[in-house]
Design a protein around this ligand. Sequence first.
Ligand SMILES: [Zn+2]
Length: 386
Amino acid sequence: MSHRLPVLLLCFCFLCSGCHRQQYKSVAIDSEPIIRVLLTHASGKIPAIITVTGTYQMSDSNKRLLAQGDSLPATRVYARDGAVCLGEQKYSDSMLWLLPGAESRVEVNRVAYYGTLQCLASSQNQLQIINFLPLESYVACVLGGEMPLSWSPAALQAQAIVSRTYALYEKIQKAERAFDVYDSVLSQVYPGIAGETALARALVRDTAGMVLLYQNTLFKAFFHSTCGGHTARAADMFTYPDITPLAGRECQFCCNAKYFAWEYHVDLTELQQMARSLRLPAFDGMATGRHDRHGRLITVDVYFSETQKKSIEAEAIRKYFGTECLRSTRFVMEGSGNGVLFRGKGWGHGVGMCQNGAAQMATEGFSATQIVEFYYPGAKVYRLWQ
Ligand SMILES: [Zn+2]
């Protein structure tokens, strides 16, 4: 059962990590909001191709009608002299709205989207294309990108609650920015309409409006694939306040996951290349640096002589070799041949919900609410709209 908020005027807390300064901002949320997604694959200096099948309208920043039609064939959209250009037509405004009719479908670079598009031109001739759509439609499109739709319904409903919480938190936090979330792993993977299925829509509808709150406050509901036995503390992994739901907890549910334990061997040539990329004169070994209580490394010491070393963020080492090779920073290192053998646990940054653990909990009969309240201790599920 979710908890119903008696008053839907929430106090959102903006915490400034390290300085303990807090700002509060009241935001009324009692109906489904619109989310603004930056389409990274169509933003930048290269023209994007927009197509509308069905009727559409175009308007400027004052919502003044500029054009309308029964359909828009594939047309280039780009920025020039700080204004938006569509085909050969240059508009005087840096903002162009594209509003498809109710039965129409809009595509950007052949990817179909619900909702409307906002094109923003910068003075550097960068174009941003931002997709505005209802939050529930967004969550339905995101769900299959973040968790296999073949998993148990309760795990998928838990993921829907987490994805909705994450997006809504970003929306509140990024209110001053032109968009709320990226369409990629920088936020959540959003493939547009292609990501939505009838099953995803139904699972999202089951949890409509349900979010996690801690002390009546939204928080960034991080999640990851496999924790390897204990989730990580957000404050150790990111610039994020140390709050109870993200302080890390034991997880006994992911021990049968594919990447609960893994190994990865790196030979000496690759290690020497890594040292060069770190601007070190040589490679003379690696050792554990700072780590949390459960062996998740914060830093790795890279030696470039017998006594001289440089402390490197463990996450940077992981990204250097690839996050699908070093699957987490929860690893130990041992000499192997002329290289290093990494023995690790888990996949991902380890903060928040462990998805493989959630899948196992669902198989064992736990509900979506029980799953998320397990992985975010102290947080409660509330329904903000239906
Ligand atoms: Zn786990």
